[in-house]
Design a protein around this ligand. Sequence first.
Ligand code: SF4
Length: 375
Amino acid sequence: MTNHKAGLYIHVPFCAKKCAYCDFYSLSGRADVMDLYLSALVREIDGYRRQERIEIDTVYFGGGTPSPLGAGRLAAILDAVVEVFSLSTDSEITTEINPVTDSLSLQRDLKAAGFNRISVGVQSTSDAELSALGRPHTAAEALDALAHIRAAGFENFSADLMYAIPGQSTASFQKTLSDVLSFDPPHLSVYGLIVEPGTSFFDRRDALSLPGDDAERDLYDLCCSTLEQAGYEHYEISNYARPGRRCLHNLKYWRLSPYIGCGPAAHSFFDGVRYANRADLDAYLTAPLSLRYTEERPTPRDLAEEYAMLGLRLKEGISLSRFRRMSGHDFAYTAKEAERRCISAGYMTEVGDRLALTEEGFYVSNAILAELSGD
Ligand code: SF4
């Protein structure tokens, strides 16, 4: 008997080395506390034990990087999840893998433990670009990781790629796309590099040889056209999938569905409340439940606005009637002028009940979403 349904995110805050562009909560050089982290995480998961168990249909291990934990610890976490939650038999169970901590035996063990989807951080198949990004692996190791996925028998997997990398050309990006497509991945996430405050890149931003606006646009267009010709659906601003292979876990975020996050810095949206764990591994190790704080209990109006801002990231867009039911008024009531401008500029379409960004709108989505939200 279950009374809820949610996705489950596990944040693993370990990395072999901090990448130059990364603003995620992750730490290098902390392998000594991985067992303590495991027991703290199991305690946090155990805190979700209910008489009527919470139903989970997607599990996503991210970070940081889960693969340094090794298959034994990752399997133990999955065992704890199965013990506490009601895990649907057809659940999507993903773990991210960094090529530097990958091996065929790791992937075989993950498959035996019940994982059925791998997300591998390739980023580029140019050693010069990987070095510029501060990635801890080579192009050959990234391609080996993709080969291991196939050899271990995973049918569902994703590769993360980047564009607008310092020194990247359209030719080198074309090569990365071709190299990765030769493994026929069911899913790809492709992100444009953003230089975020608090990163090593940000500290030396003026010295980086980043592509200019036109060059970046060329890289984006190359990505869209190459993947479209290869049969992928551009279903979210940065995500492409073969039919039936969208990332079900991430769809929960964009569709405003409930999810529970465990681990330091993990966020949750469950029982109508947004809450999070502070990003503090050492405090987490001794008292994992003490880090949690409530971010907010969103009002119906807040939720409607979030639904619009997240849903417009998807090609399917938003349902105007759902927005009306949630907020009590029409979408056009708050964003009428902005919506009209975006539609006439070709950035958005309104067809029947659906309002959605176009492919052109995806490229300038940050500006459009800011305009629609009145920021
Ligand atoms: S591997 Fe991923 S999480 Fe770790 S430092 Fe690099 S970008 Fe950040």
